[in-house]
Design a protein around this ligand. Structure first.
Ligand code: GTP
Length: 602
């Protein structure tokens, strides 16, 4: 295809502002999906995506579009490649790669809701990539829509005239044709060097049970052809191109892809880590020398221990994690054991949603009952003797003379009606946030920018924010490097023995409240034993809180006077049953439920 007739664009929108519905309408309007095959959210293939209504993996689809008569563009048929970006904060890097494959984007905003934090965060990313931005208000069919008000807000934000804001209804299809015309008119055609060695950027990579890894690319320079041998520039690995083609919307094989074209590659690899998002694909022979800019290895930011409730499920858990990893280059894990929880894995995630999605998939698709330890971030610990440690698990926090500890920081964008500014500031303050700036998007909507420690966000920040703002605030964040902080490890001890699952790295000012909270909780949850059990919270060897579970003499048979032997046996059986799920910490027996309850409440 002549690059002059190609338009590569994406849709950025806040969750629920109608991106999938708009994509559906575009598929229908361009005629590539027949009416009777149409199903809601055609492009969201994963079940869990459809159920939760979130888009996790991006996809690309090729739409033929002949601008309508009244559009001033030459009425030649064009190829519009719609690249679906994952919307959520955890996947910022993937969003950024998808944006890098586009020349323009549709900024879609719900005409009844207005701009939200996610819209803003993605808009800033799009601006960094120099994309042409087409502002669009959706859901104009809703009685509650306020297109005039929000057109002004959008115009103010991106610096255009309110009249330039398009108005559509993804539900009824109104305005969608005009939007496609605008994409042709406004979005620049891709440019690249046709006779240079091939360079294609990988913007997505998904595992398909039948075909192996399907890699989505945008060809920047040159041409990739069927049966050619290709090389991944970050690793040097070479493969044969078994198939190359486009999604229209099902996979359709082609002879090759040229400058500006977007499509998929199949090489037979079985693991997405061999075909990484952001990497550059070139020919094996006489390939390009320089990869395209911007490649980053996916880096887990948040860690949590995952343990099977039933210890015998451990092999299944390992198997399941391996399977998920085939499709998720950012998922990492290694075995870990815990005195309190048994055998499990330390699992690394991009962020909280990623954690939640993986957990849910393990439970749902693999039928596993899991218990997860509180999520923590990665700390860099420098000792006075000059050695350095990377800590992904609080139990590995080094002992000895610590010079300083660094923790990861994020730049957060918060958006809310102005009446909540005070509440949001209070919350961010309590979470060690630093206000960077504040803007009124309109009279009654404010954008706040904070830097915050990631550790303060992974906990329950989002819930706290929602409850303080009656659900009106939205939040987005991206990593901005590390910062030194006054952090300590708090251990929880039962009768002098550490309960590993409860060790936590917290700010010095919060060590006491964490210690008291956990000690109190455990006192309530741990049944009395034959002896007294002190519960202590300690920083190093210094005890900062203490509770006690008093002793009792437990004699289950005491109640069965005399002879009823079968009743006695039943009671003994029952007690044995209970013992199985007991975990032993030192001399103390604790029902696993107590640990679970202590980990999961609040
Ligand atoms: P995520 O995939 O979660 O990011 O959401 P999305 O942005 O793709 O939103 P989706 O298309 O799932 O739409 C969210 C809800 O808004 C759905 O219930 C849609 O039916 C509804 N919706 C989308 N567009 C319109 C519209 O133009 N008018 C009306 N009335 N409802 C719409």
């Amino acid at each position: 295809t002549d690059p002059a007739l190609i338009r590569n664009f994406c849709i950025i929108a806040h969750i629920d502002h109608g991106k999938s519905t708009l994509a559906d309408r575009m598929l229908q309007l361009t005629g590539i999906v027949e009416e009777r095959q149409m199903r809601a959210q055609y492009l969201d293939r994963m079940d869990i995506e459809r159920e939760r209504g979130i888009t996790i993996k991006s996809q690309a689809v090729r739409l033929p579009w002949k601008p309508t008569e009244e559009a001033d563009a030459a009425a030649a048929p064009h190829i519009l490649n719609m690249i679906d970006t994952p919307g959520h904060v955890d996947f910022t890097y993937e969003v950024s790669r998808s944006l890098a494959a586009c020349e323009g984007c549709v900024l879609l905003v719900d005409a009844a809701q207005g701009i939200e934090a996610q819209t803003l965060a993605n808009l800033y990313l799009a601006m960094e990539h120099d994309l042409t931005i087409i502002p669009v208000l959706n859901k104009i069919d809703l009685p509650a829509a306020q297109p005039e008000k929000f057109a002004a807000e959008l115009a103010h934000l991106i610096g255009c005239e309110p009249e330039d804001v398009l108005k559509v209804s993804a539900k009824t299809g109104e305005g969608v044709g005009a939007l496609l015309d605008e994409v042709v008119r406004q979005v620049p055609a891709p440019v690249g060097v046709a006779d240079a060695p091939a360079r294609a950027m990988i913007f997505d990579s998904v595992y398909d049970a039948y075909r192996g890894v399907v890699t989505y690319v945008k060809v920047v320079d040159g041409k990739l052809g069927r049966r050619e041998r290709i090389r991944m520039m970050s690793t040097g690995a070479t493969h044969e191109l078994l198939e190359i083609g486009t999604n229209a919307p099902e996979m359709t094989a082609a002879d090759g892809l040229g400058v500006g074209e977007v499509g998929y590659l199949i090489t037979g690899v079985k693991d997405v880590r061999q075909s990484k998002v952001g990497d550059t694909v070139t020919q094996q022979n006489k390939g390009a020398e320089e990869p395209l800019a911007g490649y980053k290895d996916p880096k887990p930011m948040v860690f949590s221990g995952l343990y099977p409730l039933d210890g015998s499920d451990y092999p299944e858990l390992r198997e399941a994690l391996h399977k998920l990893q085939l499709n998720d280059a950012a998922l990492s894990f290694e075995p870990e054991t815990s005195a309190a929880l048994g055998f499990g894995f330390r699992v690394g995630f991009l962020g909280l949603l990623h954690l939640e999605v993986i957990r849910e998939r393990l439970e749902r698709e693999f039928n596993l009952d899991l218990i997860a330890t509180a999520p923590n971030v990665i700390y860099q610990v420098r000792m006075e003797d000059g050695t350095e440690h990377t800590v992904t698990n609080p139990t590995e926090f080094p002992v000895g003379k610590i010079a300083e500890v660094e923790e990861p920081m994020v730049r957060a964008t918060l958006l809310a009606p102005s009446e909540f500014v005070g509440a949001i500031m209070e919350l961010c303050q309590a979470r060690r946030g630093n206000l960077q700036g504040m803007d009124y998007l309109s009279e009654d909507r404010v954008e706040l920018r904070y830097t915050l420690p990631l550790a303060e966000i992974v906990f329950d920040f989002f819930d706290a924010l929602k409850s303080k703002t009656r659900g009106y605030a939205s939040l987005d964040y991206e990593p901005t490097g590390e910062q030194v902080a006054d952090l300590v490890k708090v251990d929880i001890l039962l009768q002098g023995d550490k309960v590993d699952a409860f060790s936590a790295i917290v700010h010095k000012d919060k060590a006491y409240s964490y210690g008291v909270r956990m000690a109190t909780k455990l006192r309530e949850l741990i049944p009395r034993q034959q002896f007294e059990v002190p519960i202590q919270a300690a920083v190093g060897s210094r005890v900062i809180a203490r509770e006690t579970v008093r002793a009792i003499r437990k004699d289950v048979l005491a109640k069965c006077y005399g002879g009823d032997i079968s009743r006695k046996r039943k009671l003994l059986e029952k007690q044995k049953e209970g013992k199985k799920r007991m975990k032993v910490v030192g001399r103390v027996e604790v029902p696993q439920e107590a640990f679970i309850a202590a980990l999961s409440s609040d």
